[in-house]
Write a protein that binds this ligand. Structure first.
Ligand code: IPT
Length: 997
């Protein structure tokens, strides 16, 4: 099979080069249109993806359902994605999330059921790029591998080892089968299927093209599995940073090639910790764009310029800064870098991430903290701001600029401008002659304010624009795309120096929305037009109409707001940036809306228009709709509107309710570390003997028994080890490994011995702890308790790095007699299938379910004062319940705020549980994150909520934590978060928990 493919491939390559040698004129028709041989619905060529013969600009964003485990909120995210003008979204599924052990696959419980993603995609009209792994990276523990896979029993992973193959098959088969029910070939929305992730391993040497047969065989196994299980859409890949040249059929004639290879790129660093990206980047101002066009020409000239991941932000590392680094990749970044890609002729890109979400429980890899906000266009708390709006300006444009999906790069340089600091990239559609001039500072890291004029080629000849006194400007880290011969309905812009936002055809007549940065001028010419007038001037000045070039040129300056011109019956809206931010073109209708914070959707039935969206502050609402519309509802309520003289409908919307949350009081507490005492009974089912004398883990144990936690089925978070020894000993040396920002503490016979507090770089720490100040029993057994946490397994080849005790040696002793180990209650049995494998660690309180709603804490000690305090080195568990009664018809977002009172030591580690979900890891000694957004659904906005906090004081000074909460935003909304309260997502405590003492 692979052999035949290779022969066919060489034949095809020869044909391709024959075509290339033909003349430029017939290049349009000669470029091959491909499909994957399994369907004719999704096709592609070097211009773009094509679906049902329609070319599309794939503007997509990545989001991880498993980072927001409330299916009802997926609608919120996807409505926001759609409203921003995107045509697609992309998601990684996470093998570990669905496979608590090697026998179980859960695609049905709560958020483990992914079918709503596909159904929402269809309802909202978004294509889907499915990325099932089996390895995904994603700053998730072990890169998405189930942690039972990390012991060494399955080999070194990501190859064709049968042990590994047998492990991934059930999961990958299920993902393929599920996806196969939702393919665009059957009228559903999945358009491509990514094999593996950044697996750039096709070559042993790229230079002399020495194939890596093992990697090829692995890719072929995955591809065959996908095809056998019904995948008919193209298979894709993502090359890390343009280095590996793997799996693309233009460069490679080896096996394992996918249908459409793509490239991932993070020009401004994928983490807020810029030191990681030293060699390529620096501070924001030093960021450089990358020449993708040449790359695609060189390595995949017959495939579309496809970026399965383009930087949407950067992840939040443990070392901070607090809140991530939104300024590094903010609105300016979105403006400049996404336009840059268009100038490079990219026609398919997916922003990683469009919504980052939360690393709740133990989902994260060590590199990232509880927050996975990623400085994304949609924030972790689901709010939207300037970056979202800026991205929307461009996405709406790409959705309406159909000609952009088929362009050739004609040229680039400063010769297009009269300012040597500004260059342009000229793209041209060979069949319509539409032109797109993407303009940039020559030094793309420069933020100067440059004025210039641009030389453009139009159907009316070569022009230099603007030509009536105005200028084009790049003010700061900005770019602009100037269009020529841009068709909107039956009309045509000869050119426009103001950017096109979108357009709509209402009652057969186009309404065109143009925008300029606040205070700038614009000039455009409408082909064939004769007469223009100002219908409404809000912030406009210097409006002039000039008959020329066989049409009408209009010039204007827009200081603030929205002005309306009428040119031969065509309505032209001129918006400044602020008004453009709040301008919406809800798809599936033709209406345009200005005013609200968010417009999620609209539907038209006869004379009734129903619009849905969100309001924070009171605002005017202006709607451009067909004349037939006689009544308008906003989130189901009729609003009164008046008709403006230029035919729009105007109304007003009042602000959202202000919300006050009840205080978090009435805390109760109990010690959660009985295991430190020698007489604690560890014979229960929560505990196993750690007695392996050999391991398949590639790290050879230096002391025995093997104390790698994953060997014994405990994979997540905090584990407790009890080492027994008899007779005297003077010290212990322990070398513990748990990933960046981890920590550990040891006690002997109930007395604190010492701790490793951790920092944002150490993954492992060895300490020798003398027994000078503790009692060593000479006549009875001594028990050493070691508690360590685990910030996740490392990614890529580090997935097998063990978690646990690497070496344990007693000084002046005959050594340990045996070890017992406890971790997540039930180990791999998945005691809590709803919250899933990542949620719980192994603390006593977690094992017996103190974090769960419904546990009765009445016998616990009441906490006095507002701080939750632990005295001495131990673990304290705290619980309270609080009822919420929040308004309906609102989308309300809440964060918990954790702090350390100034009187307290910082050397503690805390976990926050909200209705049983572990929604925050707070390590004040290391970390920076103090705000922890918790979504509705995890919280119940119309009932009782159980809040629990575990405080592990690592030093004798103990520790105190303050716990508060706050409203991030409350928006009057069609999303009624009060109703997102499905009790099945918050299973309650049962007595069976008591077995795990
Ligand atoms: C790229 C991964 O594909 C993705 O899963 C995620 O880890 C992202 O990086 C960073 O957030 S890998 C790329 C940085 C080389």
């Amino acid at each position: 099979m692979a052999g035949l493919r290779r022969i066919l491939h060489s034949l095809w390559i020869s044909l391709f080069f024959l075509c290339l040698s033909s003349t430029a004129e017939d290049s349009v028709t000669q470029w091959p249109l491909h499909n994957d041989g399994y369907n004719k619905v999704v096709e592609w060529d070097h211009y773009s993806f094509q679906i049902d013969t329609q070319r599309i600009f794939v503007f997509s964003g990545e989001f991880h359902y498993w980072r927001i485990p409330v299916p009802d909120l997926w609608r919120d995210i996807l409505e926001k994605v759609k409203a921003a003008g995107f045509t697609a979204f992309s998601f990684y599924s996470n093998w570990a999330y669905h496979a608590p052990n090697n026998e179980t696959l859960d695609f049905s419980t709560g958020a483990h059921d992914i079918t709503p993603l596909f159904e929402l995609a269809k309802e909202l009209g978004l294509y889907i790029i499915v990325r099932p792994g089996p390895y995904i990276n994603a700053e998730t523990t072990a890169g998405g591998f189930p942690l039972w896979l990390t012991t060494g029993d399955y080999g070194s992973l990501r190859n064709n080892d049968t042990r590994y193959t047998n492990a991934w098959k059930p999961y990958f088969t299920e993902m393929s089968k599920i996806t196969s029910r939702y393919q665009v070939t059957d009228g559903e929305n999945a358009i491509c299927y990514q094999i593996e992730n950044e697996y750039g391993d096709q070559w042993i040497s790229t230079t002399d093209k020495t194939p890596n047969e093992t990697a090829i065989s692995y890719m072929e196994l995955l591809e065959e599995n996908a095809r056998q299980n019904g995948i008919r859409i193209p298979l894709t890949s993502n090359d890390p940073n343009m280095n590996s040249h793997s799996w693309g059929s233009d460069f490679s004639n080896e096996g394992g090639n996918v249908d459409i290879a793509g490239v991932d790129s993070y020009p401004s660093c994928w983490t807020c910790d810029l030191s990681v990206c030293d060699s390529t980047n620096g501070a924001y101002v030093a960021y450089q764009v990358v020449d993708y066009y040449d790359y695609f020409q060189d390595y995949q000239p017959t495939l579309p310029e496809f970026m399965p991941e383009f930087q949407g932000g950067s992840y939040n590392p443990w070392g901070g800064p607090e809140g991530g680094c939104p300024d590094d990749t903010g609105a300016d970044f979105a403006n400049l870098f996404y336009r840059w890609n268009i100038g490079q002729r990219v026609t398919a890109m997916s922003l990683y991430m469009i919504f980052g979400g939360t690393n709740w429980g133990g989902i994260a890899a060590p590199v990232t903290a509880s927050s996975y906000d990623y400085s994304s266009p949609i924030s972790e708390d689901r709010s939207i701001g300037s970056k979202y709006y800026e991205t929307k300006l461009l996405a709406l444009f790409t959705r309406s600029a159909k000609d952009l999906t088929m362009t050739d790069l004609i040229g680039n340089g400063t010769q297009y401008t009269d300012n040597s600091a500004v260059r342009a990239y000229e793209l041209r559609n060979p069949s319509t002659n539409a032109g797109f001039y993407a303009t940039f500072h020559v030094n793309t890291s420069s933020g100067t304010n440059e004025a210039f004029h641009l030389k453009v080629d139009t159907s009316a000849g070569s022009l230099t624009v603007p030509s009536h006194g105005g200028v084009l400007r790049l003010n700061g880290h900005q770019s602009k795309i100037v269009v020529t011969d841009f068709t909107f309905g039956s009309a045509k812009l000869l050119y426009s120096t103001a950017e096109v936002l979108t357009f709509s055809i209402l009652d057969g007549v186009p309404t065109l929305a143009l925008w300029v940065p606040t205070g700038e001028s614009g000039e455009f010419n409408i082909h064939g037009a004769k007469k223009g007038s100002i219908k409404s001037c809000q912030g406009c000045s210097k409006v002039k109409f000039i008959k020329e070039h066989g049409g009408l040129t209009a010039t204007f300056t827009q200081s603030y707001g929205m002005s309306v011109l009428e040119i031969d019956g065509i309505r032209v809206l001129l918006l400044d940036r602020t008004y453009a931010y709040e301008f919406w073109a809800p798809a599936l209708t033709t209406i345009l809306v200005q005013g609200p914070y968010l417009v999620r959707g609209a539907s038209l039935s006869g004379s009734k228009l129903a619009v849905t969206g969100d309001i924070v502050n009171s605002t005017t609402l202006e709607i451009f709709a067909p004349k037939a519309v006689k009544s308008v509802t906003w989130n189901g309520k009729e609003i009164s509107t008046r008709q403006t003289e230029y035919g729009s409908l105007k109304g007003s919307l009042s602000s959202s309710k202000s919300i006050t949350l009840p205080k978090l009081t009435s805390w109760k507490s109990k010690d959660s570390l009985p295991e430190r005492f020698a007489d604690y009974d560890d014979s229960g089912i929560a505990w196993v003997d750690a007695d392996h004398m050999t391991t398949l883990n590639p790290r050879t144990p230096t002391t025995l028994p093997v104390l790698y936690a994953d060997e014994y089925g405990f994979h997540n978070g905090i584990r407790l080890w009890r080492g027994y020894f008899n007779g005297s000993a003077s010290a212990v040396n322990l070398n513990v490994q748990g990933g960046t920002a981890f920590g550990w503490t040891a006690w002997l016979n109930g007395e604190h011995l010492g701790s490793f507090y951790g920092n944002d770089s150490a993954e492992q720490a060895s300490l020798t702890l003398p027994f000078t100040n503790v009692t060593v029993h000479t006549t009875k057994s001594n028990v050493l308790l070691v508690v360590h946490d685990d910030t996740g397994h490392d990614e890529t080849t580090g997935a097998l790095n063990p978690r646990g005790i690497l070496d344990a040696t007693l000084t002046d002793s005959t050594g340990f007699t045996h070890w017992r180990l406890a971790g997540t209650a039930g180990g791999e049995s998945n005691l809590d299938p709803v919250r899933g494998v990542y949620n719980e660690d192994g603390l006593y309180g977690e094992r017996v379910g103190w974090h769960l709603p419904g546990y009765k804490e009445s016998s616990w000690t009441s906490v006095k004062g507002s701080a939750l305090s632990v005295s001495g080195a131990t673990v304290g568990f705290f619980r309270t319940t609080v009822s919420l009664d929040l308004p309906s018809d609102h989308d309300i977002s809440i964060s918990f705020v954790l702090g350390t009172p100034s009187s307290s030591a910082l050397t503690y580690r805390a976990q926050l549980f909200v209705n049983g979900y572990q929604y925050g890891r707070f390590n004040p000694y290391i970390g920076n994150q103090v705000e922890f957004p918790v979504p509705p659904g995890v919280l119940d906005y119309s009932g009782e909520n159980t809040i629990a906090v575990a405080v592990w004081a690592q030093s004798k000074e103990g520790g105190s934590i303050s716990v508060d909460w706050k409203v991030n935003y409350a928006a009057g909304s069609s999303l009624n978060t009060r109703q997102i309260n499905e009790a099945s997502l918050r299973p309650v405590w049962t007595e069976k928990r008591l077995k795990y003492v």
